[in-house]
Design a protein around this ligand. Structure first.
Ligand SMILES: CC(C)NC(=O)[C@H](Cc1c[nH]c2ccccc12)NC(=O)[C@H](CCCC/N=C(/NCCC(=O)O)S[C@H]1O[C@H](COP(=O)(O)OP(=O)(O)OC[C@H]2O[C@@H](n3cnc4c(N)ncnc43)[C@H](O)[C@@H]2O)[C@@H](O)[C@H]1O)NC(=O)OCc1ccccc1
Length: 241
């Protein structure tokens, strides 16, 4: 039985004109995609981050990293958006402006019907040349590492790896959405990766009300006006109802 929400929180959401949401791996956990830091099955506990999520690791062994992302992508295609993703998409009918800034590359927000999604760390659905900017292509279903048709260099997933610069257009969109919202909702993120973790602070600096939804406290929690403890797929539908 869910704890009744603090009436102040419901009033805050009902009165919101512009809501910005930051999501992390926690919102996709109940769809069956493991989070990164989960003590047991967290991705970073089962694979070497340096090997798979850095350009250096990729250039050292592109075949192995391609294979890992090929499997990771199949897992993301095989799952469905959960009640948490769907509730956020429904919020667009109640609040004039809803912007989702996601750290997730799984595309589940868009599959749930959300129309304004900033994929800060890229997407698992396209690839591009690892040597030069020849533009992005749809993900080719090839078990082996595809090569660039223009220059023959290995293709790579269109995800942002550690130490790589984020797309400036996306950073500006996320910054603007954080500056111009009256409510900011952080969902299922450990708040440990920059610059993603800075946007809730920007929103607070611009006087938005910060709400933190997570299973546990994170470095973001002490800055939040409201802390919701529980799972995204359980709490978000109740929050939207
Ligand atoms: C580790 C961290 C310290 N490092 C960084 O932040 C670095 C910068 C940096 C380096 N050293 C530093 C020292 C200090 C500060 C920063 C740095 N950042 C970068 O490198 C960024 C790039 C960062 C992006 C990396 N790519 C990802 N992903 C794509 C790939 C892929 O996904 O395969 S990051 C990846 O990990 C992060 C994981 O975090 P979360 O999503 O929050 O997931 P996590 O598992 O940690 O937590 C889940 C939470 O959910 C909760 N939860 C679980 N289940 C549920 C549930 N059911 N319901 C609700 N909540 C739930 C849990 O309790 C938990 O709190 C996400 O961002 C995710 O995208 N680039 C850059 O800074 O470039 C500069 C630059 C400038 C100019 C020129 C060149 C370079």
């Amino acid at each position: 039985m869910l704890e009744p929400f603090d009436p102040g929180l419901i009033a805050t959401l009902r009165a919101a004109r512009s809501l910005t949401i930051l999501t992390g791996a926690g919102i996709s956990a109940e769809s069956g995609i493991p989070t990164f830091r989960d003590s047991l099955v967290g991705l970073w506990n089962t694979i070497d981050l340096e090997q798979v999520a850095t350009l250096a690791g990729y250039l050292q062994q592109p075949e192995a990293v391609w294979g890992w992302y090929q499997a990771h992508r199949q897992q993301m295609l095989d799952v469905q958006p959960n009640a948490g993703h769907i509730a956020l998409a429904q919020l667009e009918q109640h609040i004039p402006t809803v912007t989702i800034i996601t750290q997730n590359i799984d595309g589940l927000h868009q599959r749930a019907g959300s129309t304004k999604v900033v994929e800060l760390h890229g997407t698992i659905n396209t690839v591009s040349c690892s040597a030069a900017k020849h533009g992005s292509l749809a993900w080719p279903d090839s078990p082996s590492l595809p090569l660039c048709a223009v220059c023959g260099a290995p293709m790579r997933p269109d995800v942002v790896w550690f130490g790589e610069r984020l797309d400036l257009v996306k950073i500006q969109a996320a910054e603007l959405a954080s500056q111009n919202c009256d409510v900011f909702l952080a969902i299922g993120t450990s708040g440990l990766v920059a610059p993603a973790a800075t946007f809730p602070m920007t929103a607070r600096a611009y006087r938005a009300r910060l709400i933190d939804l997570n299973l546990e406290d994170t470095p973001l929690s002490r800055h939040a006006r409201h802390r919701l403890r529980g799972t995204a797929a359980q709490l978000l539908p109740a929050l939207v109802a």
